[in-house]
Design a protein around this ligand. Structure first.
Ligand SMILES: *Cc1c(COP(=O)(O)O)cnc(C)c1O
Length: 407
């Protein structure tokens, strides 16, 4: 699907492609800049032969037989996203977690085994333990730093290695090519949740990953008003994903596909701003006496900054913060409760800044997390970073004042 660009002979710069991909879906012969929001359940055909031509469902990438498989609005988004990923096609799912579920269910059956990175998004872990285990699929969680030694965990019934880098709470990075090399040698599929970086800053398929997963709810939507998942892949992996997706009955509203495509056009300018502001705030935080560590892959003191420098074109606006030990829970609560600009809520990737406690110790089993009850996760939005720094500074005042009062 990305071929329109390639056939021009010269590949346009990524920012140019963000502005132009997915705009050649014409049904009215018209010239609107954006595709229409085309809502449909029934799609009418001129004759029986045309209707029968679609009997294979949406196995033909641009053929839509029934509204569940999308309309031209969805096709436009799929083309645009596939161009960014460098994939043959993209499947759209109703949310990021649905995309995670699809990437798992497409490759394992009862009696199979999968290898799951220990820093995985907690609800994805929930799918392994709560849905796959009762269906007879066993999961082994592994240390993100295990690398090529994952070979020792592979069993005759292993089918999939599933990665997420960086982890969206701990910001662990993993050596993707090391896992891909082992997986290929043993005939295992690989999937990677790439929500933090988006394919603008990291492209898993280029490193040999079979399935690139994105919670479009985050940066693609970008305005905290849409739930969406995307799964990009090449060749027969697309068919495997598509047939499972059809069986699962997933469907995405045209309005949500439209909002995501609108977000796509501004993804680069937003992400570059998130990146710059987040780095400014992270560097400021690192100097604060209350802070033990800042967990940010783009900072040179990140334990695997080497991987960030090798694999990524940029950083997004989400990072972690470990407070020094000893602050009472009430002091951390006073800090988090009193912010002016930092909202307290789940998800991230919108234009607004957020903060939440990160109970990482409760999200891991293969590895531990020693900074219990003092890790926070921060999303830096599109506000002026100096206002965000002022807001955090007042938070540290509340932290210290409440801690002193408790002594
Ligand atoms: C948010 C998130 C998801 C799930 O996305 P939803 O749209 O909320 O279902 C999956 N993976 C990661 C890394 C996420 O941050």
């Amino acid at each position: 699907m990305a071929e329109q660009t390639r056939s021009t002979g010269r590949t346009a710069a990524r920012a140019t492609r963000l502005a132009h991909q997915g705009r050649d879906v014409r049904i009215y012969g018209g010239k609107t800049v954006n595709p229409p929001v085309s809502r449909a359940s029934t799609i009418l055909f001129d004759d029986l032969a045309s209707l029968r031509a679609g009997a294979t469902g949406h196995s033909k990438p641009d053929f839509v037989q029934y509204g569940r498989f999308g309309t031209e609005t969805h096709i436009a988004l799929r083309r645009a996203w596939s161009d960014l990923e460098g994939s043959d096609d993209t499947l759209l799912l109703p949310c990021g977690l649905a995309a995670n579920v699809l990437a798992l269910l497409a490759f394992v059956e009862s009696g199979d085994h999968l290898l799951m990175i220990d820093n995985v998004y907690a609800p994805t872990r929930g799918v392994c333990d709560g849905l796959l285990r009762p269906l007879g699929v066993e999961t082994t969680y592994f240390d993100p730093q295990i690398g090529a030694a994952i070979e020792e965990l592979i069993r005759p019934n292993s089918k999939l290695i599933y990665l997420e880098t960086p982890g969206s709470h701990s910001f662990d990075l993993c050596d993707v090519p090391a896992y891909v090399e082992v997986a290929r040698r043993h005939g295992l599929k690989t999937a990677l949740d790439n929500t933090w970086a988006t394919p603008l800053f990291y492209r898993p398929l280029e490193q040999g990953i079979d399935v690139s997963i994105q919670a479009g709810t985050k940066y693609l939507g970008g305005h905290s008003d849409v739930m969406l998942g995307l799964v990009a892949a090449n060749g027969e992996t697309v068919q495997q994903l598509r047939s499972k997706s059809d069986l699962l009955g997933y469907s995405v509203a045209a309005d949500d596909a439209y909002l995501a495509l609108r977000g796509f056009r501004t993804l680069e300018v937003r992400l570059r701003r998130h990146e710059a502001s987040a780095l400014q705030v992270a560097r400021w935080l690192r100097e604060r006496p209350e802070v033990e560590r800042v967990l940010h892959p783009a900072l040179p003191d990140h334990p695997r900054h080497d991987l960030f420098a090798r694999d990524f074109d940029g950083a997004s606006g989400l990072f972690g913060l470990v407070l020094k030990p000893g602050f009472p829970a009430a002091a951390i609560e006073a800090m988090v409760d009193g912010f002016t600009y930092f909202g307290l809520g789940y998800s991230w990737g919108g234009y607004e800044s957020l903060i939440v406690p990160s109970p990482i110790e409760k999200m891991r089993t293969a590895t531990g997390w020693e900074a219990v009850d003092r890790t926070l996760r921060i999303h830096i939005g599109l506000e002026d970073p100096s206002d965000l720094i002022d807001d955090l500074a007042s938070g540290f005042k509340r932290l210290s004042a409440t801690a002193q009062a408790a002594e």
